[in-house]
Design a protein around this ligand. Sequence first.
Ligand code: 6PG
Length: 243
Amino acid sequence: MTPHVEVFADRPQLITRALELTLVEIKRAIAERGRCTIALAGGNTPKPLYEQLATQNLPWQNIHIFWGDERYVPISDPQSNAGMAANAWLNQVAIPPENIHPMPTQPKDPQEAAQIYDRQLQAFFGTGAAEFPCFDIVLLGLGPDGHTASLFPHTEALQVCDRNVTVGSKDGQPRITLTLPVLNQARCILFLITGANKQEALTQIFAQQADAAQFPARLIKPVNGQLSWLLDAAAGEVLQDYV
Ligand code: 6PG
């Protein structure tokens, strides 16, 4: 299937489009199923999108916020993805606290935290061990090394396909991450990518042949959903053939 790629002159235009697409999917999910489930990306790129979402008049009681991955730090830590989204968005809107589902980072053992979140997802989505939760929206970023969520090159997390949540590792630091089967189960996956430092990874991800273990974002292939790549010109320069 030809990937859906859109390249924008700069990050503000990318964020405007990302907001537009996100709002369409939020409204579609609520119209069709009475609620929207969205798994957020961390890092820097999505922050202005979260700030824009905070200005929207939405039925917050029907919107449930999860994370695609989390650094293994308290929410008060500047590195926290949940903390970033709370400050940029969730603390500014009347979303019920019970609709916000951060990945646990308190247990001493990150494996325990992954199991806790896995059980929370199974309970929320009503999925058993043999079925993966289907998020309405998954937001993803891309690292210069080709990682997405906390699925880093040549890590064990890439092989985990029997669970919803696992422990990732970046330079020996633990992360909690949704697994590939869960990410690929989503109805709508939006990559938000900025910066020339992503060009090499993008070239490898879109190449006919490349080592997916080296560039894990190659493994994002939605089972039934729609995958869209939104890039600024600095990153998207190498994907002009796909636009
Ligand atoms: C994280 C993210 C990670 C991020 C990429 C891109 O926790 O860091 O989930 O996968 O999306 O590293 O980050 P930037 O948007 O800052 O380039």
